[in-house]
Design a protein around this ligand. Sequence first.
Ligand SMILES: NC(=O)C1=CN([C@@H]2O[C@H](COP(=O)(O)OP(=O)(O)OC[C@H]3O[C@@H](n4cnc5c(N)ncnc54)[C@H](O)[C@@H]3O)[C@@H](O)[C@H]2O)C=CC1
Ligand SMILES: Cc1ncc(C(=O)O)c(C(=O)O)c1O
Length: 310
Amino acid sequence: MNVPKTSAVIGSGTMGPGIAALLARYGSTVRLNDISEEALQRAETACTTASSVLNQLEIPTVPGGSVSYELDLATALTGADLVIEAVPEKLELKKSVLAQIEAAVGAEVIIATNTSGIPISDMAGAMSHPERFIGMHWSNPPHLIPMIEVIRGEQTTAEVEDALVGIVKAFGYEAVIEKEVPGFIENRVLYAIMRECLSLVEQGVATQEDLDTCVKWGIGYKLAVIGPMRLLDMAGLDIYESVSSYLNPDLSNESGISPLVTDLTKQNKLGMKTEDGIYPYGEGDVAAKRADILRGLVTVRKALSEITPV
Ligand SMILES: NC(=O)C1=CN([C@@H]2O[C@H](COP(=O)(O)OP(=O)(O)OC[C@H]3O[C@@H](n4cnc5c(N)ncnc54)[C@H](O)[C@@H]3O)[C@@H](O)[C@H]2O)C=CC1
Ligand SMILES: Cc1ncc(C(=O)O)c(C(=O)O)c1O
């Protein structure tokens, strides 16, 4: 399977532009859609930035690819072989957008959702052709993290899953095929980590800076090379057995949302997007931090690709 000749990405916020830029790099004619003209204007800059990152990764350009920016949904969907939905994580909004998409494309067109973890079947319920609807969970930044989770709903066909896996592999990414559980794999593990981290900061066990340092070097670095299942074998399952016997009962089992987070969101302190969140950001800090993050992710991606080719 090749990268689709024509693709549509619906929603051009944090995720849409990077997805569009990557598909275009591999030769697809991509139409990026949003209801907000300002978002589409920002998307042009974001796509340019993503493209320069792909240059740094030395990803070759397949001729013929492009990104256009379409406020009109029907125009964006015209001729699409693949549609990727990337609107906000709200079930009813996604259902409404999916219905609009279905009304404009043929029954054979694959519709993929970039949901962070809403069960695919929960979204597919109202669809006319749920057999062609599938989860395609990219990780942020989508043009840099070379792994996509592929999740069938109860009615998604094996043929659609095979086709999407072929597309993902055609642009050089790992496709992880998973059963449908809330949050899939990546976010279940990520949110378990974040729950414990937030709990430790709330308890005053460590500052957010020291916690980030500990996790980046003690866990992130190691897991990027080893993976948690292999790490169990490396450490010894007997060690895991001993430590988990006293530690598991003591880990955070918060079933709600971290009070630290809700306190911040009540003040509209949402992080980089409001220049204040877990960390405060002074003049120019967000742009500088984003640049540092991109530089770091490119460097690590290159290094990891030498030992574990993606
Ligand atoms: N931000 C992240 O780190 C990640 C997010 N995701 C998922 O991807 C999806 C999109 O997330 P973000 O890009 O972060 O959201 P976002 O809020 O940054 O962007 C969403 C965009 O959708 C647009 N939109 C809203 N209603 C629309 C409609 N009816 N038609 C077209 N566009 C519409 C908004 O104007 C906005 O520009 C969500 O399901 C999210 O959970 C997945 C992986 C990572
Ligand atoms: C905080 C957070 N939430 C969701 C996601 C996602 O993958 O959907 C991410 C991410 O890194 O992509 C994330 O950081």
